[in-house]
Design a protein around this ligand. Structure first.
Ligand code: FAD
Ligand code: SF4
Length: 330
């Protein structure tokens, strides 16, 4: 596999990035750590002739406990014990991304916008060509759900569910200025599955910010994958909340690795707030969340197994919030 030549631009401000991407139009991608984009380029997936690198934009690298720049490397977050104390669920998710070597390059923004995955898509060009290309790149049909005209590639980033569980927001910058939205609003549940985000044209992620109430909130993250030191999530389940003397004071559960976008299950968790957590309502919540998810057969583990593991992980997550010492990663 080789990398085709491309033109590399190295702007130094957010405004320059936005201007460049607007001028280059559809013929460019932004490049953060490159740990997702460049392997896809090597497989000749959605190649662009121009790359706008974010590496030299100082503002994107700045990082505090309230606001983490999009170019913050995952390895830097992983080493930061203050960050782990402040956001234990997010820190646990960071630690679970890929390998230590990949985390040295991988960034927060790139993780939020990581390409969705499918075993008919993350393949070399000759492999995809021999089968016949698919909707997501170069073709006109889906090999997973052929009777539908949408893509079911799986959202496989670890950070989004963990960030969503603590109500984090993303700050965006584009030709019309800046705006801030909840993390989950980056993704489009009603879309065609091919376009994996709801960024406006030429918008980039500038930073992730955390509300004061999320600082020190007990939280955990559990990840199902084949090789525990390497693989993308087949399921990533994040939970955050306060359970005081058995009574739920706050609770959020979110998951990735199941469908084309990460999800939060407020319709199940909200009624538990103010209730005493017991085996009956814990099992009912886990059953309701498990029944609401719809993984398809496009990753390595069978969809039914992944669904059943959702139930197992929700029960575990609630037990940890109820019994674990506050702030200990799951
Ligand atoms: C061996 C291996 C294992 C991996 N395992 C995992 C895993 O377990 N979990 C996981 O979540 N990921 C995994 N990854 C994928 C990837 O390494 C991470 O998701 C990483 O965080 C991506 O960040 P990056 O900076 O390298 O993104 P890039 O590859 O630079 O970019 C990814 C995408 O995001 C866009 N983008 C990046 N930054 C911005 C921004 N600020 N604004 C707008 N668009 C932006 C790019 O244009 C591109 O489309 C793995 C990768 C490898 C090679
Ligand atoms: S779900 Fe279908 S369209 Fe999407 S990547 Fe897989 S085969 Fe292609």
């Amino acid at each position: 596999m080789h990398l085709d030549p491309f033109e590399l631009y190295r702007p130094s401000t957010v405004e320059e990035v936005v201007r460049l991407t607007r001028d280059l139009g559809a013929a460019c991608d932004v490049l953060a750590g490159g740990t997702d984009l460049l392997p896809n380029y090597k497989m000749h997936i959605n190649l662009k002739p121009n790359l706008v690198a974010l590496e030299e934009v100082e503002e994107l690298r700045s990082y505090t406990l309230e606001r983490v720049g999009s170019m913050t490397r995952l390895a830097d977050l992983d080493r930061d014990t203050d960050f782990a104390r402040a956001y234990p669920g997010v820190a646990a998710a960071v630690h679970e991304v890929a390998t230590p070597l990949v985390r040295e390059r991988a960034t927060v923004g790139g993780n939020l916008l990581v390409e969705t995955r499918c075993f008919f898509f993350n393949q070399t060009f000759p492999w995809r060509q021999s089968l016949g290309f698919c909707l997501k790149a170069d073709g006109d049909r889906c090999h997973v759900v052929p009777q539908k005209e949408r893509c079911y590639a799986t959202f496989s980033g670890d950070l989004a569910p963990a960030l969503a569980a603590v109500d984090a927001s993303v700050e965006l910058a584009g030709p019309d200025g800046r705006r801030t939205i909840p993390v989950l609003d980056l993704y489009d549940p009603g879309g065609d599955g091919i376009r994996r985000h709801r960024l406006r044209p030429n918008e980039i992620v500038v930073a992730v910010s955390f509300p004061a109430a999320s600082r020190g909130l007990p939280a955990n993250y559990q990840k199902l994958r084949i090789r525990p030191t390497f693989d993308f999530p087949e399921l990533g389940l994040a939970a955050a909340g306060l359970v005081e003397s058995g009574t739920v004071r706050s609770l959020a559960i979110a998951a990735g690795g199941l469908e084309t976008y990460p999800r939060r299950f407020d319709e199940v968790t909200r009624p538990l707030v103010g209730e005493r957590l017991n085996e009956t309502n814990r099992n009912a919540a886990s059953e309701a969340i498990m029944r609401s998810v719809r993984p398809v057969h496009n990753t390595f583990l069978a969809p039914d197994y992944r669904r059943r593991m959702v139930g197992v992980y929700v029960r575990r997550a609630l037990d940890r919030l109820a019994n674990g010492p506050p702030g200990v990663p799951g």
